[in-house]
Design a binder for this molecule. Sequence first.
Ligand SMILES: C[S@@+](CC[C@H](N)C(=O)[O-])C[C@H]1O[C@@H](n2cnc3c(N)ncnc32)[C@H](O)[C@@H]1O
Length: 380
Amino acid sequence: MKTRRYQVKKEVETILKQGHPWIFKSHLSSATNVFKTGDLLSLVNAANEIVAYGFFEKDSLIAIRVIKFGKTPPDIKWFKAKLTQCLSKRENIKNFTEGYRAIHGENDGFPGVVFDVYNKTGVLQTYVPSVDPLGRYLASVLRKELHLETVLWKSPSRRKKEGVTRILYGKETKLQKIREGKLKISVDVGEGQKSGTFLDLRGLRKFISLQNLKGKRVLNLFSYTGTLGLAAEVAGASEIWNVDISKGALKSSEDYHSLDKKKYRYIAADVFKWIESLPPFEKYDVIIVDPPSMASEVKQVPVALKAYSRIYKRVLPHLKPNGMMIVCCCTSRIGRKQFTEVAKKSLSYSLSKIKSLAPEDDHPVGFPQGDYLKILVFNK
Ligand SMILES: C[S@@+](CC[C@H](N)C(=O)[O-])C[C@H]1O[C@@H](n2cnc3c(N)ncnc32)[C@H](O)[C@@H]1O
């Protein structure tokens, strides 16, 4: 692989020594002006020794994404060994489900590349153009390794411009039905959010389906296609309200994620407005609050935290005595400590015991910003 040499500043060398995979634009010199998006840079220190290799991205705050630390350049053998490592971490999960994340970006050492598997279909997501070739290469190896019949490519960074999911291999495929423990989940891989569904919520689905919810009422806010509601039904819940702004997602909930439709209410609404009109007598045994990230930029964090706090305080009076409240936060811009503090502060007057759910093995956390999903369970 052809590389271009770039001598990093002392502070960048320190960042690299800590094993951090991102170098921000603000840390680079004007010497990088000659590089193009996608160039593989060999990063050298003041002593002219190579310390890492990374992909350059011209139009991004994160200007270099490290693919390999150390002196020797990445080659095919190295990529394959790393992929084998990734797959071996997923072996146990494959006994439980047919839907799992094979590559979790930087956390697995492959910057900006996510690859999800649903049965014989793979979905590649590349988060910046500089890693498109890397993503496509990894997809081609995984296709053979996992005997995939179809591979789709979703590129969030280009979606606005190009709009569509591309087929890299095989035929067009829409709905994939996967088993996840006791749950049967349908995933619209072409049109669904992310790679089709929220695979990262598997741990929470597992947790809910293992509760004894016999005869309980569940309010599932920001429900998307209702897989958490289905987990509650499997746990015995007698009434489940799925609330989401997306009518399409609610339609999928109704079509695919219920065992007994009579137990469900589907409410297409803006949760923030809807909750204001919920009559005080409506009480639930379990309330789930899993909003969208609401903070794609650091400056949006205070507004997002305020919105979280407002909704927690507003729903708390609807929780029955001995009820359970589950709150999620899906952005790394809000830190674990910060999120826990806001949730505790908004809920702690009446809720005491807190449990934090750990990520599943296919969503490892490899660096601080990789810790994006926080799930807290509060018991009254
Ligand atoms: C993180 S996802 C929730 C995933 C879901 N808990 C699941 O089990 O798959 C966030 C959801 O919030 C919905 N949403 C975004 N803004 C909303 C709003 N203001 N009111 C209601 N739903 C909203 C989106 O349509 C999306 O389905």
